[in-house]
Design a protein around this ligand. Structure first.
Ligand SMILES: *Cc1c(COP(=O)(O)O)cnc(C)c1O
Length: 361
């Protein structure tokens, strides 16, 4: 529906903005009196470890100074931690920020960006903003259809997203199929392996993007500090790839957009990794408990390698989302398709199971 005609003259906006829905904050239901459980955004349910809080406190004393625009300290830590050269790493304002940097480097009007659908909601938005055309290949049983994606590549395709595990279905692609797909992608087309949930993967058949991207200059891996590392509010993500790509991407960085507190916290989070990864193990345990409990009660749940579960409810998705919301459990419903529920603490997951039981599979 077109917006109401403004009463005063306004600037001429890019036509693409008409096709982007403005952000609407989700409001807690006014009728709710009890606690609310936030299981809608795939966040870590845990607050920061002591070492991360201390780093944030120290850095807070310096906020009158600009942060390091090159993020050198953080890049050095990422390089050491993952065994990759520093010049193959680029940092950005969340991995969504890095995705936008990648777009700014390769996408333009007349070019195409390819991804599976349904997948991460940021892909269509970033594609539209870039002026490029979205090409969406339907998932097959909730999984990337890599053959169909390879066939959808044209000489206009500049960028392909492979979200592994896929948000919102939690499914993964296998190593051999991914390698075969990458072999079919032209060398001048960038492939972005979005591994926001890599730390939660336990399926040994699912590839480590860093390994599969090594030796393939047109493949980059996106990782984030927002999920397993628990820094969603601070906005830090990074890519690992060929130095030529990382160098190009760095040119598109919005200056100073990874702030000093975020850089310091991310460095401390790498230092606190044993503690953080132990929490990830707990979340993986909860994921399997939640899935088994739902399955035992007759729900269809897609096997997930991430920190969320997908319930392919089709036409009942919106009603189930509203039902959970009335019970104080905030989940993400995609009308006509399914509901994604994040794996939280044991108590939060129990609250979800209780809410689900009063709806029925
Ligand atoms: C959550 C998520 C991210 C992380 O985004 P940030 O900007 O790093 O917070 C990236 N990709 C996918 C698929 C996600 O679900």
């Amino acid at each position: 529906m077109p917006d109401e005609a403004p009463a005063v003259p306004v600037p001429r906006f890019r036509s693409v903005l008409d096709r982007i829905v403005g952000y609407r904050p989700s409001k807690a239901m006014p009728s709710l009196t009890g606690p609310t459980y936030q299981l809608a955004a795939n966040e870590s349910p845990y607050g920061p470890p002591a070492a991360v809080l201390e780093a944030i406190g120290r850095e807070a004393l310096r906020i009158n100074r600009y942060p390091d625009n090159g993020c050198a300290g953080l890049i050095a830590e990422i390089s050491a931690r993952f065994g990759v050269p520093e010049d193959g790493v680029a940092v950005g304002c969340g991995s969504v920020g890095v995705a936008q940097m990648l777009m700014a480097a390769v996408a333009e009007p007349g070019s195409e960006v390819l991804y599976a659908w349904r997948s991460f909601e940021a892909y269509p938005i970033l594609t539209r903003l870039s002026g490029a055309t979205s090409v969406e290949t339907p998932l097959r049983d909730g999984v990337h259809d890599l053959d169909a994606m390879a066939e959808a590549i044209t000489d206009r395709t500049r960028l392909v997203f492979v979200c592994n595990p896929n948000n919102p279905t939690g499914t993964v692609v296998g190593e051999a199929e991914l390698a075969a797909f990458l072999d079919r992608v032209p060398a001048d087309c960038l492939v972005v392996l979005d591994e926001a949930y890599r730390e939660y993967v336990r399926d040994p058949g699912s590839p480590d993007g860093l390994r599969i991207a090594a030796g393939r200059p047109n493949v980059v891996v996106l990782r984030t500090f927002s999920k397993a590392y628990g820094l969603a509010a601070l906005r830090v993500g990074f890519m690992v790839g060929h130095p030529v790509v990382a160098g190009a991407i760095r040119k598109t960085y919005l200056p100073f957009s990874v702030n000093g507190i975020a850089q310091a916290a991310a460095i401390a989070a790498i230092g606190a990794e044993p503690e953080l990864l132990a929490r990830v193990d707990t979340t993986v345990g909860e994921r399997e408990r939640l899935r088994a409990a739902l399955a035992a009660r007759g729900w269809t749940v897609t096997p997930s390698q991430a920190n969320f579960l997908w319930l392919p409810l089709g036409e009942r998705a919106a009603a189930f989302g509203e039902h959970c919301g009335r019970a104080g459990v905030l989940v993400r419903a995609f009308a006509g398709d399914g509901v994604r529920v994040s794996v939280g603490s044991a108590a939060e997951n129990d609250a979800f199971l209780t809410a689900a039981a009063s709806f029925g599979p």
